[in-house]
Design a binder for this molecule. Structure first.
Ligand code: F0G
Length: 440
């Protein structure tokens, strides 16, 4: 196994404020060996000042170098964990647009909204931002096999990056609870795919045992390098807005890796002088899988997982999110909040995003559903400057869409979802007169 020289300025740290144990950046760690806390990467302050960094990031958009073309590695001074960039595998991840959507804004009770659409990524979700970094670290550590449990997007992304990097990919999925679009991606990218008869949380516990036993590198968001990559979603969003900070960044919450990444990225951008205040983070969960919402709103002392999480937004069907301590820190640091939304609210919000010509997968639409609730009670102001992150592509879950539009969508437990904004195809004979009659 070849281990590259550790970057002196980068290290791993225990996230637990009472511990903060420090480790070499080249250690394989998902939890602190001393206290069991989560692990994060930490760095010395960047060498360059904010103005120089901003100019460098902007200049790289004109470069043909693969690393500069990546919407992740373009910002590499802000996550300098590698000593050597020659083995980085990029599929030109990131580079996702900020899209105005007036009809969605109106539905959400806002004067305007911008969607940061991570579904434009190479495998169709925000996971690619993190995966390019996780796989870079796997290569740097000399790992040959990588693994993850997934509700579908992490596995699609890991399969693609592992294939591109020449690594063996082992994927563990909750049997029967992932969309075919995502499963198809894992198969097409050549991953060894195991469907386990257990839910996401149970499988995560299982593969952590297997990873240790078999020396496999775990690429779930407990891997701190995934979080480092996902920070770039915030850097790119700010860069696209000429570093104007929005009032709110709204995102769906499942395993809570993304909100942890966003908060860390935003705090670090502020420390580096790239921005002068933080936006507020709002995490939206599905009602049937909302342990973080319950924790924050009940003020409970202990975190209580949901034993049987349910939602048709299968991407966020997670009852025991591993990153909740980080997520809590980021919600508190940004004076943020947590909301939950129903299956009907997700489905209708999703159709509205579709009507804007944008589209997304169900979990992503929780953002707009949450915004609608939050503006209705005055928690988000109508005039607020809001960026909502659409996490996955429309085509990830076509089955859900077809059922919604044809009135066949049922929530867990059998409750019918109304197709409030339904749109059905019409079967017509091959007859111009009758078709013309229909269209006039
Ligand atoms: N949106 C989509 C489309 C997702 O795939 C996920 C998570 C989330 C939101 C929630 O993000 O976990 O960072 O809070 N999907 C994971 C997976 C769990 O396995 O693909 P989170």
């Amino acid at each position: 196994m070849t281990i590259a020289t550790p970057t002196a300025a980068a290290e791993l740290l225990c996230f637990n404020p009472g511990c903060r144990a420090r480790f070499a950046i080249t250690e394989v760690l998902y939890n602190c060996p001393q206290c069991g806390g989560l692990i994060e990467a930490g760095y010395a302050a960047p060498d360059s000042d904010a103005a120089t960094l901003k100019r460098t990031f902007r200049d790289r958009r004109l470069s043909n170098a693969p690393l500069d073309q990546s919407g992740v590695w373009r910002y590499r001074e802000l996550f300098p964990f590698l000593a050597d960039y020659t083995r980085v595998v990029t599929l030109r991840e990131g580079n996702t647009p900020l899209l105005d959507a007036p009809a969605a804004a109106e539905y959400g009770g806002l004067a305007r909204i911008a969607f940061k659409h991570q579904g434009f990524n190479p495998t169709g979700s925000f996971k690619d931002n993190g995966m390019t970094c996780g796989v870079a670290q796997a290569l740097r550590l000399g790992m040959r096999r990588v693994a993850c449990v997934s509700t579908g997007n992490t596995s699609a992304s890991m399969a693609a990056y592992a294939a591109a990097a020449g690594l063996e990919a082992l994927i563990f999925l909750p049997h029967g609870n992932i969309s075919f679009g995502k499963l198809a991606q894992a198969l097409e990218y050549g991953a060894k795919t195991l469907e386990v008869e257990a839910n996401f949380d149970q499988i995560l516990a299982l593969i952590r045992v297997l990873a240790d036993r078999l020396g496999i590198y775990l690429l779930n968001s407990v891997n701190p390098f995934r979080i480092e990559g996902q920070k770039s979603i915030m850097f790119e969003m700010l860069d696209q807005r000429d570093w104007r900070v929005p009032d709110w960044v709204v995102l769906p919450g499942g395993n809570l890796g993304n909100v942890s990444a966003f908060g860390k990225g935003l705090r670090e951008a502020k420390d580096a002088g790239l921005i002068h205040r933080l936006p507020r983070l709002a995490v939206i969960q599905a009602e049937g899988s909302a342990p973080f919402y319950e924790f924050v709103h009940t003020g409970a002392k202990e975190f209580h997982p949901v034993a049987k999480p349910e939602t048709l937004a299968t991407a966020i069907r997670i009852g025991d999110p591993v990153s909740w301590p980080k997520a809590l820190h980021e919600i508190n640091s940004t004076n943020g909040l947590v909301e939950k939304v129903s299956e009907q609210e997700i489905a209708d919000a999703k159709a509205i995003i579709g009507r804007c010509g944008i589209g997304c997968e169900p979990a992503s639409a929780a953002t707009l559903a949450g915004i609608r609730k939050l503006t209705a009670v005055g928690a988000i102001d109508r005039e607020a400057d809001v960026v909502a992150v659409l996490t996955g592509n429309l085509l990830k879950d076509p089955d859900y869409i077809y059922k919604y539009h044809t009135g066949k969508l049922e929530a867990p437990g059998g409750v019918k979802i109304r197709s409030t904004y339904g749109n059905q195809s019409i079967v017509v004979p091959n007859d111009p007169d009758r078709i013309a009659a229909l269209l006039t």
